[in-house]
Design a protein around this ligand. Structure first.
Ligand code: MF3
Ligand code: CO
Ligand code: CO
Length: 299
């Protein structure tokens, strides 16, 4: 399936949805503390998104029962909110996807991993590796780069820190659809002939493409186990897993992080994401000013 490229109008619409998703995470950070249940986080997210004329994309997606994913400790992804009360030392990934406007809208997809109370050394290692892994991946993005450069860089970084990279779940194109082409692996796929890669292709990135990068980083094995509810994914060895996710626009000069945050997410980061490294908002702004070669079509 061809990878869509957005025009100016589509990009503006994506910025709006992605910014709502980013602000939702900032809001959640105000409430993270030992004792809060994942269901209470779900309610906060649901009400915030609905109050902004948007729909929480997970709700009803392929039968998913809640408005957000809350993945605690050994949960890799797609944790379903419930009556579990977060406790001191837990880590929890909150994965928000907004659909704005509520009808005929655009999906903005972003997640962070929060520290609940005081983190263990293991928790810090896996969370900080996941945080940086996302940045390392974004640094590869520019018009003309290869899609698999992203995963190769992430894998080299994460394995170099003694962690592993989940293979079973990948980043994805996002826009009018929640999940679209391309698949964005966070590892370098094995290119041995005959190996089944689904519709994974090592395409060249082009201006106007929009996709997520969302590395799931494990402390132990990369192997995952889908639970009987058909959603919850746990690490096979029940060791910790952490994840961060941004929605990214490919620009001529690099990447614009559509889900960029200019405010700190409490219990997660010390400085706003926009102030971190070469992925700053100013860099994204500069990239937008640089006219690209050729026209960006579709929508
Ligand atoms: N937000 C997840 C992602 O990053 C997908 C969640 S699907 C759901 O792609 F149904 F579990 F919400
Ligand atoms: Co995603
Ligand atoms: Co997500």
């Amino acid at each position: 399936m061809a990878v869509e490229r957005l025009n100016k109008k589509g990009i503006e619409a994506m910025r709006a949805s992605c910014q709502l998703a980013a602000r939702t995470l900032v809001m959640v950070g105000e409430h993270v503390r030992p004792g809060i249940t994942t269901d209470e986080i779900n309610t906060l997210v649901h009400e915030f998104i609905v109050a902004h004329d948007a729909h929480p994309s997970p709700l009803g997606y392929r039968g998913y029962p809640k408005s957000v994913c809350t993945s605690v400790n050994e949960c890799v992804c797609h944790g379903i909110p419930g009556d579990y009360a977060l406790k001191d030392g837990d880590i929890v990934n909150v994965d928000v996807t907004t659909y704005l406007p509520k009808k005929h809208g655009w999906h903005g997809d972003t997640s962070v991993t929060f520290y609940v109370g005081q983190p263990s050394e293991d928790a810090k290692r896996v969370v900080e590796t996941a945080r940086r892994a996302l940045e390392v991946g974004i640094e590869q993005v520019r018009h003309g780069a290869r899609l698999w450069d992203i995963g190769a860089a992430i894998q080299e970084f994460a394995e170099g820190r003694g962690c592993s990279v989940v293979r079973d779940y990948v980043g994805h194109g996002v826009g009018r659809e929640f999940h679209a082409a391309p698949q964005v692996p966070h590892y370098l796929p094995d290119k041995r002939p005959g190996m089944f890669l689904g519709d994974m292709r090592n395409i060249r990135l082009k201006e106007g493409m929009v996709f997520t990068i969302e590395p799931m980083i494990n402390l132990g094995t990369h192997a995952c186990e889908l639970q009987d509810d058909d959603w919850t994914v746990l690490t096979a060895d029940r060791k910790l897993s952490a994840q961060f996710e941004h929605t990214i626009l490919v620009t001529h000069a690099g990447a614009e992080v559509l889900t960029v945050r200019t405010e700190v997410v409490k219990h997660c980061e010390d400085v706003p994401w926009a102030d971190v490294g070469p992925l700053s908002a100013p860099a994204a702004w500069e990239a937008r000013q640089t006219p690209g070669e050729g026209s960006v079509v579709v929508r």
